[in-house]
Design a protein around this ligand. Structure first.
Ligand SMILES: *Cc1c(COP(=O)(O)O)cnc(C)c1O
Length: 370
């Protein structure tokens, strides 16, 4: 059994995709071919954003807006500790300070009360300037932006949605990548909308910000291509990846429905682990189907049994960010974020893809329930 099944999807898009790749290779427009703009307008329409700027990875999609806002030394950026490393890496990369926030056990997303507490703490200490919140749509579920928006307004903070795992998800009828001042997603192959290589995109409704982002994407170029007006990157998306994404966008909604069906079946069959409950006004993109064991021993026993039966399972994430070696200069220690630490000891993810069959879900669940 496969953890994710990219082959079935490839077979579906193969004829049309190969035809378009051949057309592209014949045209020679490998860098910023017209298909890149075609993808950007498709994605902007889908998410109801005014601007979509495609980039070379999800990490660059997070980094470039921080650069555009001039975030750096002396700035505090609030980010959940339970997420992929890149969510916080980009903050430190620019010399700013990540402030790690707890997540909730029910959603795996940022804990609002702890967020408020930490903003107040940073403010009262007076060493750093609070600038931005980076809420993450972990495992495909959008965080509670009604509350996050209120906090951002109250404390005058920017919001960047890390939607690397939540592209296609919805909250109150609004699609992921439409939340906050700016949103970033990833097209890493295993994400809900994945390319056949690295890629990402930035979304905003702010024309001024979009122009700066476009400039940073190509070495800080100005109106005149050979006058560079700021320090930037080589952050472009390959035209060939844009073609892959254009084809995959055609079946995204159908695949999201299929993922939801898989998750609901797991929820129905699984009895001995804590399953994710999604409230009515949310639609998850189900980047991962993650459950909580009672404790570390139960998790180890279940994963061992699955492995013996050739069923893959993975731990996302075994080590919270505040305890990563790379952040040791920030002096966090074990026990600082107890909920996050407990989740890291108990969480594991089961096979999840749109083509998983009910019989497999039932078999996996029975092995776990026993
Ligand atoms: C995958 C991921 C990223 C980084 O995306 P890349 O395309 O791999 O650079 C950032 N944040 C989260 C939450 C992710 O899951």
């Amino acid at each position: 059994m496969k953890f994710i099944d990219l082959d079935t999807q490839y077979r579906r898009i193969k004829p049309k995709l190969l035809e378009r790749i051949e057309e592209l290779l014949d045209s020679g427009k490998y860098i910023m071919g017209p298909q890149v703009a075609e993808l950007e307008s498709t994605l902007a329409n889908y998410t109801n954003r005014k601007y979509c700027i495609s980039v070379s990875s999800g990490t660059d999609a997070l980094l470039i807006p921080l650069m555009a806002y001039g975030i750096g030394r002396g700035d505090a950026v609030f980010v959940p500790s339970f997420t992929f490393f890149a969510s916080a890496e980009v903050i430190s990369f620019l010399g700013a300070t990540p402030i790690f926030i707890e997540v909730e056990e029910d959603t795996f997303n940022i804990d609002i009360n702890h967020l408020i507490k930490e903003i107040e703490r940073v403010k009262s200490e007076g060493k750093l300037t609070p600038r931005m919140i980076i809420p993450v749509g972990l495992f495909g579920l959008i965080p509670d932006f009604v509350q996050i928006n209120e906090i951002a307004k109250k404390y005058n903070l920017l919001i960047m949605e890390d939607a690397a795992q939540s592209f296609g998800a919805e909250y109150n009828g609004i699609k992921s990548c439409k939340f906050g001042d700016v949103s970033a997603t990833s097209f890493y192959p295993a994400k809900p909308l994945g390319a056949y290589g690295d890629g990402g995109a930035i979304f905003t409704d702010d024309a001024h910000l979009a122009n700066i982002i476009k400039s940073i994407r190509v070495h800080g170029q100005g109106e005149d291509n050979y006058n560079n007006v700021r320090i930037g990157l080589n952050g472009r998306l390959d035209t060939i990846q844009a073609l892959v994404l254009i084809e995959k966008m055609k079946m995204l909604d159908e695949e999201l429905i299929a993922r939801d069906r898989v998750a609901n079946l797991y929820n129905q069959y699984l009895k001995s682990v804590k399953t994710p409950k999604i409230a009515n006004n949310y639609k998850s993109a189900w980047a991962q189907y993650s459950v909580l064991a009672e404790n570390g021993e139960q998790r180890t026993a279940i994963m061992k049994k699955l492995n013996e039966n050739n069923i893959p399972s993975v731990i996302y994430y075994p080590k919270p960010l505040h305890l990563q070696d790379a952040f040791k200069d920030l002096h966090y220690k074990n026990g600082d974020l107890p909920i996050t630490e407990s989740i890291s000891e108990r969480v594991f993810s089961l096979p999840m893809h749109p083509y998983l069959e009910e019989k497999d879900i039932k078999d996996i669940s029975e092995l776990i329930n026993y």
